[in-house]
Every structure is written in C-alpha cells, then in structure tokens.
Design a protein around this ligand. Structure first.
Ligand SMILES: [Mg+2]
Length: 375
C-alpha cells in the first residue's frame, strides 16, 4: 500500500569505545554516529545510521552528514514513495554532489522502512541470502607489534576471531613493514593478517618490500598507495605477490570500472557508506565479479544498526571471498539497539528480522546524545 514520507529526524550520538584505536592519522576514544528516523504517513518508521572513520577519510563527518541531510536531502524526500529507492538516489545525485556517507544513511532508513512495508528482511529486497553468516577479521591497532601479537593470540585462543588486519601508516614506511612482518611472524601458523596503511606508503618502498611481505605470509595489502595512484597500484598488483586490495580508491561504480580496466586491484573492499548505500555496493560487487575480482566486506566502524545494513548487502554477494571486518559492535563499549547483531567464533550472522532486523534503543540514544555546543 502506498504511503509517502512524512518526516525525518536526525540526532548525533557519541558512543565510547573499548580501547583507543590507532588510525594512520589519529587515535580515537569515542565513535560518533548520526542517527536518522524516517517516518511515513502510515506511521511506519525506518532507521539509518551514518558514521565515518573520521573526516580525514573522505571529507565527511557526522556534522556534515547532519547538515546535508537536514538542509538538502530531507526536502527531496518529503512526500516521496519510499519504495522508489533507485529513483530517489538518482534525484539525490542530481541535487547534491558527492556526500555518499550522508546519502547512504538515508538509503539505509529507506530500506529499513520498505522492509517493514513488505514484512521482509532487507537482504530479501537485495536478491536474497547467498550466505547467512560472514567471517569477520579483527583490526589489530594497539599501537605496538608486541601488543598486537598478544591481542591476536588471545582472540584466537578464546575463539573470538580467526584472522586479522593491521592498521599501519603512523610510522615511517619501512618501520611499518618491519612491524607488519613481525606481527605476521608472531601469529604464523595460528592465524593470518592483512595490512591497511590507508594510502600512506610510497610506490618504490612498497615494491621493494613486496617479496618480504609475501614471504611473511601477509594475506593482503589494503590501499597501500594514495587513492589517486592507480598506476602504482597496477604496478604492485602486476607483481602477483601479496594481493592488492582497493579501499579508498573504489567508492563509485566508475572507480570500480577504472580499477578493472587498469588491472589495479585483486580485491575490492566494499563499504556501504563510501559508495552511497547498499544498492551501489551491490553494483560495485557485480563489476568485481565481471572481472574475477574478489570482495571484502569493509566497515566504517558502525554500531549494530549500520553493521546490520552491511550484513544485508554483503550477505547477498557471491564473491565476498575475503569475508569482512564488521567488528564495530564488538569494538564499541555499548550499542544503540535492543537486539545487537550476533557474533560467534569469528563469524557474524545476517539478521533475519523485518527491515534491518534491529530495534533502536531510545534510552541509549538519550544517554549518548550529543549536548549542543560540546562533545
Ligand atoms: Mg581501509
């Protein structure tokens, strides 16, 4: 039954994390989320969550998302039929350039409410389940090699995680390489790890160290070079050593097509926010499939809300050969829903409930709501 969009509300929340997380440029101790509630005339409500690794990642933050949604996307949405998702996304793109994280946040709420209209989980709107649970890699980011090895051994020992990713980029490139090799050797035989320097390495050093990284058994090299250095990525991929994963360099369908043409990636890291939503993520996965490229389920470190959206999309993808890094809810010290997503022995289950399959906990929203004028 047709019911149009009546209202949209936004709120920023700051949720504590269990331990400080070392990215290439900063250490964070809370994670900020933009939560939106999209209400239909029928009374049905869809929820969406926007979050970024940080404004350094692609220029968006929870504050920019709130502004873009409130001032530019909301007026487009009011009065629309939420079921026409592709059409709404095209209208967004025509009126607002870029800002994919903001658009993905709205798309998430659209899918949640459309799932509720049809009494179906979102993955059924996206082609159905290809897998009902997905492997999760944990990002080792304690700041030191010994700390990372210790953490990895503990997590494997108590069967929480099987495989890992190392955040790099805060050291000089050769120091990063040595640290990664030390960690890979430290967990050799019990686990594997990839490396993510967030584009901070240079071509020559990466090429020179490729053999040693390969010998240490590094699982993949994620966005080693700057996102615009497609030729450099192609050079590293042509060495056929450690598989090259594209992350920052693959956000749009056009990016995906270019990386295929230039043979500049072996794996695409998917992220629903960087690509402007689940629809676009599935399109990018299809381009990867057409070229024999594997996919990895990336994260912007979401709570159970955004993680559920990722799971619905990734669960419908057949070439998700490298599993995922959807550990956000376990990295946060608290969650924003009454029924958090379920982790078990290094895997996470795709929610089976209607819509996103998670229910917002209003008390948590109140608890972590940002007070205006400060954090
Ligand atoms: Mg990355």
């Amino acid at each position: 039954m047709k019911s149009t969009i009546k209202q949209l509300n936004t709120v920023i929340v700051d949720v504590p994390i269990k331990r400080p997380h070392q990215f290439s440029t900063e250490i964070v101790s809370t994670k900020s989320f933009l939560l939106i509630q999209l209400e239909l005339k029928s009374g049905l409500i869809g929820i969406g969550e926007g979050t970024t690794p940080g404004i350094w990642w692609n220029g968006e933050s929870v504050e920019t998302m709130q502004l873009v949604i409130e001032h530019y996307l909301k007026p487009i949405l009011i009065g629309q039929d939420p079921r026409n998702i592709e059409q709404i996304l095209q209208t967004f793109d025509r009126h607002v350039r870029a800002n994919p994280f903001a658009k993905a946040t709205v798309e998430m709420a659209l899918y949640d409410v459309v799932g509720k209209i049809y009494n179906a989980p979102v993955h059924q709107l996206l082609g159905g389940l290809f897998q009902d649970s997905i492997d999760v890699k944990w990002a080792l980011a304690t700041g030191g090699a010994d700390g990372d090895i210790k953490e990895a051994k503990e997590l494997v020992g108590n069967k929480q995680y099987k495989d890992f990713k190392i955040k790099a980029g805060q050291l000089k490139t050769t120091e990063d390489m040595k640290k990664a090799i030390k960690i890979a050797n430290g967990i050799n035989g019990i686990s594997t790890t990839g490396i993510d320097p967030n584009g901070s390495w240079d071509r020559l050093t990466a090429a020179r160290w490729m053999d040693r990284l390969d010998e240490a058994g590094i699982d993949f090299l994620e966005q080693p070079l700057a996102p615009i250095d497609i030729a450099g990525a192609a050079e590293l991929a042509s060495m056929k050593k450690v598989p090259i994963m594209a992350d920052e360099s693959v956000a749009t369908v056009q990016d995906a097509q270019r990386l295929v043409q230039e043979k500049a990636a072996n794996i695409f890291s998917l992220k629903i926010h960087k690509s402007g939503g689940m629809r676009n993520t599935l399109k990018i996965a299809a381009i990867a499939e057409s070229a024999g490229i594997s996919c990895f389920g990336g994260t912007s470190l979401e709570s159970s809300i955004g993680t559920a959206a990722c799971l619905h999309a990734y669960g419908a993808i057949r070439n998700l050969d490298y599993g995922s890094e959807l550990f956000g809810p376990q990295w946060l010290a608290d969650d924003l829903v009454k029924n958090p997503v379920e982790f078990k022995e290094g895997k996470i289950n795709v929610p089976s409930g209607v819509g996103l399959g998670v229910e917002l906990d209003e008390q948590k929203v109140e608890k972590y709501r940002r007070i205006q004028g400060g954090k």
